[in-house]
Design a protein around this ligand. Structure first.
Ligand SMILES: [Zn+2]
Length: 210
């Protein structure tokens, strides 16, 4: 189904950082409601999805006002956890011949692709029951490091934005198995559509164009 047909109403979003405490969240949401916010976005490993305690005031507030719940943000590192660096260096980004744990990963390594699929499955599975349909997820590149991607011999053939789309496409395929109508928002930083050699999946939507 086309994306614009499934969105009945424009979503005005409040992204809530994982670092924001429960009391602060309550205040932020109240303020956002006054500004016609209708959607909350939590990181895929936020306590909102991981905690069993659903009695917190900010959660009740979201339920009372029937706010849309979306998941994600700058969550790419959840797909390839940096804690794996020590024993799985080839999953990570190469720069000047050396692997680095920081910022993104080696996008063309098939082992990375398998890991992304596996991790995306777990993260979507957990968030699915708490996100509201039509479901929207966000996978944005690391802030101020949009262009910081892998330079290994295989990845070098792809521009940073293409490596980014290769990675998000893998998550998009997993998401489609859970919910055909769900979408992932991504950024097409400095991408000329006709120049892109990596085509975004049909369930990817450019952030800010919904
Ligand atoms: Zn690479």
């Amino acid at each position: 189904m086309p994306y614009n047909k499934i969105m009945k109403q424009a979503r005005k979003r409040l992204f809530i950082s994982k670092k924001t405490g429960a009391r602060e969240r309550f205040k932020l949401i109240k303020l956002a409601l006054e500004n016609e916010c209708n959607t909350l976005v939590f990181s895929l490993n936020d306590p909102f999805f991981t905690s069993k305690n659903r009695n917190q005031k900010y959660i009740k507030l979201a339920v009372t006002y029937a706010l849309n719940i979306e998941a994600g943000g700058r969550d790419l590192s959840l797909l390839v956890p940096r804690s794996m660096f020590l024993f799985n260096r080839d999953l990570f980004r190469m720069v000047h011949g050396r692997r680095k744990a920081s910022h993104h990963f080696c996008a063309t390594n098939p082992k990375t692709t398998n890991l992304i699929a596996e991790r995306a499955y777990k993260l979507f599975d957990r968030a699915m029951q708490y996100t509201t349909a039509p479901r929207i997820f966000h996978f944005l590149p690391d802030e101020k490091h949009e262009d910081t991607w892998c330079q290994c011999p295989a990845c070098r053939a792809f521009r940073p934005v293409e490596q980014y789309i290769i990675s998000v496409n893998t998550a998009a395929d997993v998401l489609a198995k859970f919910d055909r109508d769900a979408r992932i928002m991504y950024i097409d930083f400095d991408l000329e559509p006709e120049a892109a050699r990596v085509k975004p999946r049909g369930n990817l939507v450019i952030s800010g164009k919904d």
